[in-house]
Design a binder for this molecule. Structure first.
Ligand code: CA
Ligand code: CA
Ligand code: CA
Ligand code: CA
Length: 467
C-alpha cells in the first residue's frame, strides 16, 4: 500500500513536471544532462541541436536542397536525421553552432561521406557516420571551437591525418575508428590524428593500420584524459607529442601546457609495427627546456610485453617529459579494464549503426586476429589498395506523416500525435530529452529517467559495455 501511494505521488509529480517543461529548456543555459545517454566526459555537456529544427536529409547530393550540406548550412539549432543511406560524394562543412547529426537514423546501410568533414562551429554532436575521404587533407578535422562530441564515427583514408581534432575546448571523442591512413604524394605520412583539446575526453576508440600519430598529442593541448582506447598495428610510432608550447597558437590566450592521462588502453602491435617500437605506449616530445608536457600512464595493457603491462613507465620513451605521480582529476567515464575495453571496442566501435560496412568489419577481424590483409602489412598507399568505397544499400523509410522526424508508428506507440509536427521539441516526460531525442536515442518518451544520475547515463541503442 505504501509503495502504491508513493508510485501515485511520483506519477502526479512527473505529470506536473511534464507540464512545466513541455518545451525544451532555454538554449542559452548549460545542459545538466549529457548530449545523449552514453555521452561521457568533457564534450558531453553540449546540447547540440536540442530543441531546434528537425531537418531530414533526403538525398546523397553534395549540396542543394535535401542534402547533408544544406542541413549543415542552416543557421538555427538543428537535429539532422536521414531518410536515405549511401555515399555522399563531396566535402561537408559545419559552419554554424548547435547541430546534432544522427546517422543512426539512416535506413539500410548508413551514411558515408566520400570527402572531408570539417567542424567549424561550436556545440556539435556527430553520431554514427563514416568519413572515408578521396582527396588530400584530413578526413575529419576541426580547430578553435568548443563543446564537441564525436561518437561512433568511422574515419579512414586521408593523406594527412585521418581524424584531427585539436586546440578546441570541451571535447569528447568516443567509440570512433581511425584507420588506414593513406600516403601523401611523396609516399610519406599515413597518420592517425592530432588530438589534444583543453579539457577533453577520449575513450573506447580504435586506431588501426596507421604508420604514426596514434595519436599525436598537440603541443599546448591543456588537460586531456585518454582511456580504454585500442591501438593496433602502428608502423613506426604509436603516440607522441604533447610539448608544452605551440608556436603560432591562435588561441587568446594560448594554452602553455600539456597534461595527459593515458589509462587502461590496449596496445596490440601488428605485422607492420617496427620491432623497436612494439612496446611503446607514448614517446613524449619537446622542443627544448621548459617545453615538457606532464604525463601519467597506468593500467595500460601492452600485448606481448608483460613487463610493460606491469610497469607502464617502461613503455614511455625518451626523457623529455614530466611524469606525474597520479592522474589529473578528470571527469569520470564508465571505465573498464584495458582487456575488457578491448572486447567492447571490437564489438561496438565505429559506425556500428545502422550497421558496420565491409571496411570496418574487415578491420575489426584483423585486429582480433592480429593480421593485415592489404598494403604493406596493413599500411596502405591508396583507397584502391583495399577495394575503395563499398556499395551501400538504402531501404524503405518508415512513414512520417507530419515530417517531424518521428515515424508514425513510433509516435502512435507512445501516444504522441503523428499529425502534429510541433511535438518533436517537447519533453513529454520532463527528463530533459525532447521527444525526437528519445526517438534518436532509443529511449521511452513517456518514462522519466533521472539522467543526472551517472548510472543512468548509458546508451540504449547498444549495450556498449556488454560483450
Ligand atoms: Ca512524425
Ligand atoms: Ca508528431
Ligand atoms: Ca523526454
Ligand atoms: Ca524518457
Amino acid at each position: 500500500m505504501k509503495i502504491l501511494t508513493i508510485s501515485i505521488f511520483l506519477l502526479v509529480l512527473a505529470g506536473t513536471m511534464a507540464r512545466l517543461s513541455s518545451v525544451a529548456d532555454d538554449a542559452s543555459s548549460p545542459s545538466t544532462i549529457a548530449a545523449f545517454p552514453g555521452a561521457e566526459g568533457y564534450g558531453a555537456a553540449t546540447r547540440g541541436g536540442r530543441g531546434g529544427t528537425v531537418i531530414a536529409v533526403t538525398n546523397l547530393n553534395a549540396k542543394g536542397p535535401g542534402s547533408l550540406q544544406a542541413a549543415c548550412d542552416a543557421t538555427e539549432p538543428r537535429i539532422v536525421v536521414f531518410n536515405v543511406s549511401g555515399t555522399i560524394d563531396g566535402d561537408v562543412k559545419i559552419k554554424h553552432d548547435f547541430i546534432t547529426i544522427a546517422g543512426q537514423t539512416a535506413p539500410g546501410d548508413g551514411i558515408t561521406i566520400k570527402g572531408n568533414l570539417a567542424i567549424d562551429a561550436d556545440d556539435v554532436v556527430i553520431r554514427y557516420i563514416r568519413v572515408r575521404t578521396d582527396h588530400d587533407g584530413d578526413a575529419l578535422g576541426g580547430r578553435y571551437h568548443k563543446n564537441i562530441v564525436v561518437d561512433h564515427v568511422s574515419a579512414s583514408w586521408s593523406s594527412d591525418e585521418v581524424f584531427s581534432l585539436y586546440h578546441n575546448e570541451n571535447v569528447t571523442i568516443q567509440w570512433c575508428m581511425i584507420t588506414e591512413a593513406c600516403a601523401k604524394q611523396d609516399g610519406s605520412h599515413r597518420f592517425g590524428g592530432i588530438w589534444g583539446n583543453h579539457y577533453s575526453t577520449y575513450h573506447h576508440n580504435l586506431f588501426a593500420h596507421n604508420d604514426s600519430r596514434n595519436p599525436r598529442w598537440a603541443s599546448g593541448c591543456g588537460y586531456n584524459d585518454y582511456r580504454n582506447n585500442v591501438v593496433f598495428n602502428w608502423g613506426y610510432q604509436s603516440a607522441y607529442g604533447g610539448e608544452a608550447h605551440q608556436k603560432g597558437d591562435r588561441r587568446k590566450p594560448p594554452i602553455e601546457f600539456s597534461t595527459v592521462n593515458m589509462i587502461a588502453n590496449y596496445y596490440k602491435s601488428g605485422p607492420a609495427t617496427r620491432s623497436d617500437v612494439k612496446d611503446n605506449i607514448v614517446n613524449p616530445s619537446s622542443r627544448g627546456d621548459g617545453d615538457y608536457g606532464s604525463w601519467y600512464v597506468g593500467d595500460n595493457y601492452v600485448d606481448g610485453y608483460p613487463q610493460v603491462t606491469t610497469d607502464n613507465w617502461l613503455g614511455v620513451k625518451g626523457k623529455t617529459y614530466q611524469p606525474m605521480p597520479a592522474p589529473w582529476d578528470a571527469l569520470p567515464i564508465r571505465q573498464q579494464s584495458a582487456t575488457d575495453a578491448y572486447t567492447s571496442v571490437l564489438h561496438h566501435a565505429g559506425c556500428s549503426l545502422p550497421k558496420r560496412d565491409s571496411i570496418d568489419a574487415r578491420i575489426i577481424e584483423e585486429v582480433r586476429s592480429g593480421t593485415a590483409t592489404h598494403g604493406r602489412n596493413g599500411i596502405i598507399t591508396t583507397q584502391e589498395d583495399v577495394g575503395g568505397w563499398p556499395a551501400l544499400q538504402s531501404a524503405a523509410v518508415p512513414q512520417d506523416s507530419d515530417d517531424d522526424g518521428m515515424p508514425d508508428d513510433w509516435e502512435t506507440k507512445y501516444g504522441l500525435d503523428p499529425n502534429d509536427r510541433n511535438d518533436n521539441a517537447r519533453d513529454h516526460d520532463a527528463d530533459g530529452y525532447t521527444n525526437i531525442e528519445e526517438y534518436l536515442n532509443g529511449t521511452d518518451p513517456t518514462i522519466f529517467v533521472d539522467y543526472s544520475s551517472p548510472e543512468n547515463n548509458i546508451s540504449a541503442l547498444e549495450n556498449s559495455h556488454g560483450k
